[in-house]
Each structure stands twice: as C-alpha cells, then as structure tokens.
Design a binder for this molecule. Structure first.
Ligand SMILES: [Zn+2]
Length: 296
C-alpha cells in the first residue's frame, strides 16, 4: 500500500505537463555490479537487478537490412556479443520477475540475492519465445509456486490458440488461472498500472504481442524493453536493421525507432533482454542514430 499511496500522492501533486518535464531533468542513476551475473540498479524505492542467464554470440546472417559496409563497420568478424537476461524487481510491496530466460543460472542468482522462487509474486512475460519463458516450469511443475504470470492477450492468443508454440502452452499450463492477460497501452500515452508502479506498453513487431514494461518510482522511470534489440553494436547506430527472429521485421524496426526516440527524448533509462552486461543504460542520440551509455 505504501508505494501506491506515494505514487498517488506524486500524481496528485504534480500537474501532467510539469510531471513530464521534471522527469527529463532527473539525472540517470548508476548501478553496481554484485557479481559477474548480477547488476543492481536503484530506481526510486524499487531495486532492479539484471540477472544474466546466458552469454553468447549472434551471427550477422540473422540481420535484415544491413549492407556489407555496415556489417564491416559494426559487426566485426561477422559476430556480435549477445546475452539472455532476466530482470528482478523488488518494490516495497512485491517481488517481480520480468521474463525467466531458459531457467539456467536464474535460480542460482535468485539464491545469491536471498530470493526464494516461492516468494515471487508475479512474473511478467515480454513475449512467448523460449528464451523468455522456459524458466517458468520444469516437468509440468510451476517453478514459481505463488506467482501470477502476466502476458499480453495478443501474445497468448497468437502462440497458444492454435498450438503454434507447444513450449508456450506447456510453460503456461501449470499456472492455470494464475495466468493473467492484459491489453498493453500505447507508448507515451497515459497508462493504468498493471501492478503498482508498473505499466505495460505495446511494442508489436518482434512478436504479435511483444510488450515493454515501464517502471516508475518516486518520479524515476525505467523501460524494460524485452527484444526491441538483439545486436546492439549495429541496431543502436542503425535502428532500421531487424533480425530474422522478428515476426514482422518492418514493424519491429518502426517501434524500435519510436522507443529509442522516446527513451532519448525523455531521458528514461532502458533495460534489455539481449543487451550486454549491465544491460541497463541511457539512450543518447548520435549521428543519425543512437548509442547506449551503460549504467555501470
Ligand atoms: Zn529473445
């Protein structure tokens, strides 16, 4: 209750235009490295942790819309560094996970932080690709015994309705009625909270219901942007470049550019599932594209 009261008071005190302007003036916070797989970022009363699930390399062959010159400049040797990350959020009221990765080092990292999977209140799913939901269950048993699982209605519909993804069906099945669907709102518009201090924003393109989650505490915001980007060395400077994993590469590029512009213009730090450690930072406009100032 404490946080939602505070949130309500903040909204009540500040008129809408001043509220936006005030946020843009806030300095972007720096976080701290807890170990090689865990980064901590303080956002108002929220603690946000990057938890690395997997480190690897992506190949230039999956990139769409990059010519030889761009590849030579931004993708040295035809490969780029990539990670699979999940994010843990501790608010004064709840403990929340955003995506689960494959469920490999996630549980070890939670243990390091003293967080039992049974104390996770909610798991927010950005989209139903295996590298984002596979940690939800094992052998048909829910690994977060008390959590509600939140996924966009459009996303659940697309991947589970006609069994397009048996993996997604199997991941959600053990949660039964604790799977909660919602309709994400539009970027930049006034949104209702999905959970206290957390809103869901539509970013369709990578998948039909791909969702961003925006956190807000004490006037500070953070956008957890799921798979807006896979190959950061080329997609920050050239955001038109998409990947073969995108269900709709043109739509993915369009929303990527909108999100980058929104984050840069409003000075809202972002966090990404495939960005490299610490995978949280500030988007800055540069030479017709963007770059990332990481929060380390
Ligand atoms: Zn992914």
């Amino acid at each position: 209750m404490k946080s939602s009261l505070l949130y309500g008071i903040l909204l009540g005190v500040m008129a809408a235009p001043a509220f936006g302007a005030g946020i843009a003036d806030e300095p972007i916070g720096k976080g701290s490295v807890l170990n090689e797989n865990i980064f901590k970022f303080q956002l108002g009363h929220f603690e946000v942790y990057t938890l690395i699930e997997n480190k690897g390399q992506g190949r230039a062959a999956i990139l769409i819309g990059a010519d030889e010159e761009a590849l030579g400049k931004y993708i040295a040797g035809g490969v780029y560094q990539s990670e699979t990350n999940t994010f843990l959020i501790r608010t004064p009221e709840q403990t929340i996970l955003v995506d689960t990765g494959f469920g490999t080092t996630l549980f070890e990292s939670l243990k390091t932080l003293g967080v039992s999977p049974d104390t996770i209140d909610a798991v927010l799913i950005t989209h139903l690709h295996g590298d984002h939901f596979s940690g939800l269950q094992k052998d048909g048993t829910a690994l977060f015994s008390k959590a509600d699982v939140y996924v966009a209605e459009q996303e659940k519909e697309y991947w589970t309705k006609t069994n397009v993804s048996q993996g997604a069906v199997a991941a959600l099945a053990p949660y039964g009625t604790r799977v909660k669907t919602f309709l994400p709102g539009e970027l930049g518009s006034k949104l209702n909270d999905l959970l206290p201090g957390i809103t869901a924003i539509a970013a369709f393109g990578h998948t039909p219901g791909h969702t961003l989650f925006q956190l807000e505490s004490s006037g500070q915001k953070l956008l957890i942007w799921g798979d807006i980007m896979h190959a950061q060395t080329i997609q920050f400077p050239l955001p038109d470049v998409s990947v073969t994993y995108d269900t709709d590469p043109a739509a993915a590029a369009a929303i990527r550019k909108q999100v980058l512009e929104y984050a840069a213009a409003n000075n809202i730090p972002i966090a990404g599932m495939h960005l490299t450690f610490p995978a949280i930072g500030n988007v800055v406009k540069e030479a017709g594209g963007y770059r990332l100032n990481d929060a380390k």
